[in-house]
Design a protein around this ligand. Structure first.
Ligand code: SF4
Ligand code: SF4
Length: 306
């Protein structure tokens, strides 16, 4: 059962330079209403507790196999957990000496998150950094995030939310907007059918929420930065990039972030036992050549690239 009042958090990562201005602490919420086939944080897709196995960190001691009460590790093979047998007791994660097995997801009180983040305050101050809510999709836990953001703002901390845009606009405006400094907003696919096919949900609400937030911004509201992830053969196509650029131009957007493709999601998805067809495609397994990234960015040559 998912507790929306006290959601699971996969990580509270300090010293990030990739998730907004300055040095930031990033809170990764567990759970997302989308299911993008290339999800870069696959351990954040399900809102439920999972066991994660990182084969690179395994030293082969087989302690996990000895402590498992359900023989979920019985057919031992590196990277193999029988997730039908696993009861998520976490005995293996507690016993694993290398950290190869770990719990993906832990519930925190808002107060506990603030305590963890508080030690980074000096770094925020010297770098004009702050806290980023990411995931997963933070707005799935909108009341919790609202309270967390409210407390962060009361400490004078800069706040940013990374969102897929699939939320109830009125709730976002009431509960998140007053406590946020910047919104990073993913725009993945403009074609409705493609969006449903590759992200699992329609994009109408995502686009209409973007238009509403951008309209607010133009009236003096909070900045919204559209972010376009480049995924070979899916989002990084001429048709899609041209359509997104036209859409953003029509909304008088001036800045965009075009995010180069990162194939590390494939290994990460294996840690939580996920297999997907796209992971086997050659172009998905490689970093995108710089020339191709530049070609994709050229569709946004009249925007400021952030
Ligand atoms: S206990 Fe950890 S390090 Fe040892 S075999 Fe199991 S996963 Fe690998
Ligand atoms: S979480 Fe518990 S049941 Fe699952 S593999 Fe580890 S020890 Fe076995």
């Amino acid at each position: 059962m998912v507790n929306a009042k006290k959601p699971l958090i996969v990580d509270i990562k300090g010293n990030s330079l990739d998730d907004g201005p300055g040095i930031r602490a990033v809170v990764f919420f567990k759970g997302c209403p989308l299911s993008c086939v290339w999800c870069h944080n696959p351990e954040c897709k399900s809102p439920k507790l999972e066991i994660s196995f990182n084969k690179r960190e395994c030293v082969g001691c087989k302690t996990c196999k000895q402590v498992c009460p359900t023989d979920a590790l019985d057919s031992w093979l590196y990277g193999y957990i029988d997730r039908n047998k696993c009861t998520l007791c976490m005995k293996c994660a507690d016993a694993c000496p290398s950290g190869a097995l770990s719990r993906a997801g832990k519930a925190y009180e808002v107060r506990e998150v603030i305590e963890i983040i508080h030690k980074d305050l000096p770094f925020f101050k010297v770098s004009n950094g702050g806290v980023t809510l990411s995931g997963g999709e933070p707005t799935l836990f909108i009341d919790y995030c609202s309270e967390l953001l409210r407390q962060l703002k009361s400490l004078g901390i800069h706040t940013l939310i990374e969102t897929s845009g699939l939320f109830h606009y009125g709730h976002f405006l009431d509960l998140i907007y007053p406590h946020i400094d910047i919104i990073y907003y993913d725009i993945k696919l403009l074609n409705a059918e493609d969006h449903k096919r590759y992200c699992g949900v329609p994009n109408e609400l995502i686009l209409s929420n973007f238009i509403a937030l951008q309209t607010q911004f133009l009236k003096g509201g909070k900045p919204v930065l559209p972010r376009i992830p480049l995924v070979p053969g899916i989002t990084a196509t001429e048709d899609n990039l041209r359509s997104i650029a036209n859409f953003l131009r029509a909304e008088r957007v001036k800045q965009v972030a075009v995010l180069p493709y990162n194939p590390l999601w494939i290994e990460k998805s294996e840690t939580v036992g996920e297999r997907n067809l796209y992971a086997t495609k050659d172009e998905m397994r490689k970093w995108m050549p710089t020339e191709q990234v530049k070609m994709c960015q050229s569709f946004f040559s009249d925007f400021e690239l952030v």
